[in-house]
Unconditional design. Structure first.
Length: 649
């Protein structure tokens, strides 16, 4: 039987959560994208569309509330009055007259006759509104409508309202009937003047004026039409309709930014926009689903790649947003310049949703990897290195980089005799306690632990993280090692275990730092002459009697520490000397000691004969100071100057 472990359960949970997330994303996209897409299109149509001035001359004669106030009845519109208007306009020889009024029932017979005669006798073509039972008319109304001025062209006046918010965004060019094809009012006018148009449903073209307001076609109140010079209608497209506050008004894209008072347009004005687009050939182009999806497919792949890549979390949404912004700006430009309209909201929501999911999965992957790395390496590698690897796993790759570091070597004095005296169990307990103490000090001071070899702990500052104060950290570490190892000696002595001093060597300089463990082992270490010199300085402590020995390359980069010079050390295998010094705890007693010692050392460096007396006096005052005793012995042996030649490692 297969057993499902924690990793499998975790993977299954993530998979189930991802599927649920995708289902929710699909639902949210389906519910929110249509209204948001409408919102986007309305804003573009009224603010950046290329449709700013219609080419054909269209004028509107509007029946207003003032017009109706002069009639004995409100509806239908007085047909005798309409006959007079058509006769007056006809005299100017317009290009066409379109009557956006429905003549579906009789009124006063003489006036009905006059209107029919005016329409039939017109030299310019006249298009009147038609309708059918699907528009709510009865059979009797349809019969009357068909018989009224039968020579006039007809087109149905139904407008295409969006099911979501009732805004007229689509242009209905016509519709199939049992007898063939019924043209819309606008398409019928276009056909009469010789402009053929395809029958496909299209996006409604609206012409915009300044400040995102609708273009204002010349509009004359019907009651004042006799005062308008007839030549104002010459060779014009004349539309007759109503402009009433509560009748035949339709929400348009302009309603969004201007409100219903300005944005809701009379039906005759909506027809005017559509007629103008048909006559002008202005049309909104749709590239089709494949062409619309293509930019978002490329952008989506790029966004998914960005979301999956290891990088700062805050940077990912910024890059995804930048990519999508480029697409949106590009599509806005295509619409503003070429009237190309593409869907953007649904693909954007999908890209954002998938990028968010990919980002979460990437974050989970990085957290899992970080925990694995921290768990796998924390007991074997310096915490500083573990933190760097957790932030950047590629840093474990083979190779190194040149860095300026400060290398620190420590060694326990007389460890070999100690290991011979203690049992293996006691030795293990003692050594582990000692190493815990020293390693903790390295970590507390921000050092990278390079290796632990027996009782020796090796580390460095300046890598993997850059540390501008690395020299000061190293000197402070040397002092802490000296103080804490002394306390540890006292504590162990009480338990009957005698350990020696801990010696420290420190040097600063360039080194190659990185993973030098081959392909099988991870070994983050530093190699180079700087490391070798630090090791030799640590070994020099045995000969000169100091607890710490550091180069001037370290001391010169620090302030606030108490140093005393050792001399120019010539280490084994090196042709040039290293100017070395020892750091002491800054107490009043040590300050006085350093002042006296420095004077004696200056005499020694100058090969002044008084140096012997100075060190003799110092030895009497400080009989336990091993560096003073070292110099006294050298002088007694006939050595002059501060050049010290050491032949041991």
């Amino acid at each position: 039987m297969w057993r499902i472990g924690p990793v499998s359960r975790g993977t299954g949970t993530v998979l189930a959560a991802s599927i649920l997330y995708l289902l929710v994303l699909s639902l949210i996209t389906a519910l929110t994208s249509p209204p948001l897409e409408n919102l986007r299109r309305d804003v573009m149509m009224t603010s950046i569309s290329p449709f700013t001035r219609p080419k054909p001359d269209i004028v509107i004669v509007a029946v207003t509330e003032e017009t109706l106030a002069s009639f004995p009845y409100r509806t239908p519109v007085d047909r005798g009055f309409l006959a007079d208007i058509i006769t007056h306009i006809q005299a100017a020889r317009p290009r066409i007259i379109g009557v956006d009024l429905l003549f579906d029932q009789p009124t006063e017979s003489d006036k009905d006759g006059r209107l029919q005669t005016a329409i039939e006798a017109a030299v310019a073509p006249v298009v009147v509104l038609s309708a059918s039972p699907r528009d709510g008319l009865t059979e009797r109304q349809v019969e009357y409508l068909d018989a009224f001025a039968p020579s006039a062209e007809r087109g149905f006046g139904a407008l295409l309202h969006d099911n979501l918010d009732g805004v007229v965004r689509g242009a209905l060019m016509g519709r199939e009937t049992e007898g063939g094809w019924d043209a819309s009012f606008a398409m019928a006018i276009g056909s009469v003047v010789g402009v053929e148009s395809d029958r496909e449903l299209r996006e409604m073209v609206y012409y915009r004026g300044p400040n995102s307001e609708p273009f204002k076609f010349p509009l004359y109140p019907a009651q004042a039409i006799r005062l308008v010079p007839s030549n104002w209608f010459a060779n014009k497209f004349v539309l007759i309709g109503t402009d009433l506050p509560n009748e035949d008004r339709h929400a348009t894209p302009f309603t969004l930014l201007n409100g219903p008072k300005t944005g809701d347009l009379p039906g005759v004005v909506v027809h005017a926009h559509l007629i103008a687009s048909i006559i002008s050939g202005d049309k909104i182009t749709s590239l089709g689903q494949i062409a619309e999806i293509a930019p978002f497919l490329v952008a989506g792949l790029l966004c998914l790649w960005v979301s999956w890549r290891p990088m700062p979390v805050a940077l990912k949404p910024m890059l995804v947003g930048a990519v999508l912004a480029v697409i949106w700006i590009g599509e806005a430009y295509a619409f503003a310049e070429y009237a190309i309209l593409m869907s953007a909201v649904a693909p954007t929501l999908i890209v954002i949703g998938l990028s968010a999911l990919m980002g979460c999965l990437a974050w989970r992957r990085e957290v899992t990897e970080r925990r694995f790395i921290e768990g796998a390496f924390s007991k074997y590698v310096s915490p500083a290195v573990v933190a760097t690897i957790a932030r950047n796993p590629t840093s474990v790759e083979l190779g190194g980089e040149k860095r300026v570091i400060t290398s620190v070597f420590t060694d326990l004095e007389n460890f070999t005799p100690l290991s011979a005296r203690l049992s293996p169990e006691q030795l293990a307990i003692t050594l582990n306690e000692y190493l815990d103490t020293i390693c903790n000090l390295f970590v507390e001071h921000g050092a990278t632990i390079d290796k632990v070899v027996g009782d020796a702990v090796v580390g460095f500052f300046g890598a993997p993280s850059i540390q501008d104060d690395q020299a000061s950290r190293a000197v402070a570490l040397a002092l802490s090692v000296g103080s804490l190892s002394q306390q540890l000696r006292v504590d162990m002595a009480r338990r009957g275990v005698s350990i020696g001093d801990t010696r420290v060597g420190v040097h600063s300089g360039p080194a190659i730092v990185g993973n030098f463990g081959g392909k099988r082992f991870f070994n983050y270490t530093a190699v180079g002459d700087t490391v070798n010199i630090a090791a030799r300085l640590e070994g020099a402590n045995r000969s000169i009697g100091t607890r710490n020995c550091m180069s001037s390359a370290v001391a010169d980069k620090t302030t606030g520490f108490l140093f005393r010079p050792i001399g120019l050390l010539y280490l084994k295998g090196r042709p040039s000397g290293i100017d070395a010094c020892e750091v002491l705890n800054s107490t009043m007693e040590n300050q006085a000691l350093c002042e006296e010692y420095s004077k004696a050392h200056a005499l020694l460096a100058a090969q002044d004969g008084r140096a012997a007396t100075a060190f003799e006096q110092l030895a009497q005052k400080h009989p336990m100071d091993r560096l003073i005793l070292f110099h006294r012995r050298r002088i007694a042996a006939g050595h002059r100057g501060a050049d010290i030649y050491l032949f041991d490692k």
